[in-house]
Design a protein around this ligand. Structure first.
Ligand SMILES: Nc1ncnc2c1ncn2[C@@H]1O[C@H](COP(=O)(O)OP(=O)(O)OP(=O)(O)O)[C@@H](O)[C@H]1O
Length: 291
């Protein structure tokens, strides 16, 4: 169990905002922090990693106290057993993939662990390549592998997939899940994508203006709405195409693109890139075995 309690006054554009959170994460769980821009999500990850000090706070990992401001305890970032991946990959451009990973492992090199990471992240064919010759998705796989070379038990991911396009994002989500399970990690991800959150997370912490206002399973968070649909899926609008009196919306749900016919009135406030809920009220589903 990881227990965190942080308080810090932040300087937001609109003035001061108190970040005041208290949460616990079960060992091997996958938690998402979800909330509007500026709510304090990145600040929480930075405090967990020891990169930023709260005014008041405590953090306990299993039985070890990593932070206790009142007792003046604060474990240095390099001693916290944490791997981090950010939106920008921050790989060393002058080093190959393998050298980037070796450099991150420091003096405690474990060649077989490194080989295993390269294999799991599908990088075997790219070991000798420099980051600039790789695609965004491949570079982010290197960043993921690099975060795990020192065998951390906690993985913090700050919107690592937001710069990637949809199809690559789906594949990267699979890699993240594979690594999370394989290395028995306790993972915290910042994400704005309901589809991604439903696919990956066990629990969502909803952060609003520095406070956790909801904490629940992803499906409950994203499907509890006024709609009484029998089927509800969260997705992202890819395209809006008027066709005569109706409008056709192409919506990405998981890895599938579905087309929904709407009245112009219904889609007035919707634009491409919006997250939407697709619900059906009267609908007799057909179930077919595919495997
Ligand atoms: N060290 C700091 N001291 C004071 N204020 C800060 C500090 N770091 C960030 N802030 C402010 O705190 C607010 C929350 O920042 P944070 O980066 O945690 O938000 P976020 O929820 O991750 O946003 P986004 O989704 O845009 O990345 C912002 O208004 C930011 O300017």
């Amino acid at each position: 169990m990881i227990e965190c309690e942080f308080q810090k006054t932040l300087k937001a554009a609109s003035g001061e905002m108190l970040l005041d959170v208290n949460f616990s994460l079960k060992k091997r769980s996958f938690t998402v922090i979800y909330g509007e821009s500026g709510a304090g999500k990145t600040t929480i990850l930075r405090m967990m990693a020891g990169l930023l000090a709260p005014e008041d706070g405590r953090m306990k990992v299993e039985e070890t106290v990593w932070l206790d401001t009142q007792r003046k305890i604060s474990l240095e970032p390099q001693k916290r057993n944490i791997g981090m991946v950010f939106q920008d990959y921050a790989l060393f451009p002058n080093m190959t993939v393998e050298e980037n990973l070796e450099f991150a492992s420091g003096s405690k090199k474990d060649k077989s662990h490194l080989e295993e990471l390269i294999y799991i992240t599908g990088l075997s064919g790219f070991k000798d390549r420099k980051p600039a010759t790789l695609s965004g998705g491949q570079q982010q796989r290197v960043a993921l592998a690099r975060a795990l070379v020192r065998k951390p038990k906690i993985l913090l991911l700050d919107e690592p997939l937001s710069a990637l396009d949809h199809s690559i994002r789906g594949k990267l989500q699979d890699y993240i899940l594979k690594l999370h399970r394989k290395f028995a990690l306790t993972t915290v991800l910042i994400s704005h994508d309901p589809g991604e959150i439903i696919k990956l997370a066990d629990k969502v912490l909803v952060l609003e203006n520095g406070q956790i206002t909801r904490e629940d399973k992803p499906v409950t968070i994203f499907t509890k709405s006024k709609l009484s649909g029998k089927f509800q899926f969260a997705g992202e609008v890819l395209e809006i195409k008027p066709e005569g009196v109706v409008t056709i919306l192409s919506i990405l749900i998981g890895r599938n693109v579905i087309k929904v016919i709407c009245m112009e009135e219904e889609v007035k406030t919707i634009k491409a890139g919006d997250q939407v809920l697709v619900a059906s009220k009267a609908f007799n589903p057909v179930v077919k075995k595919i495997k």
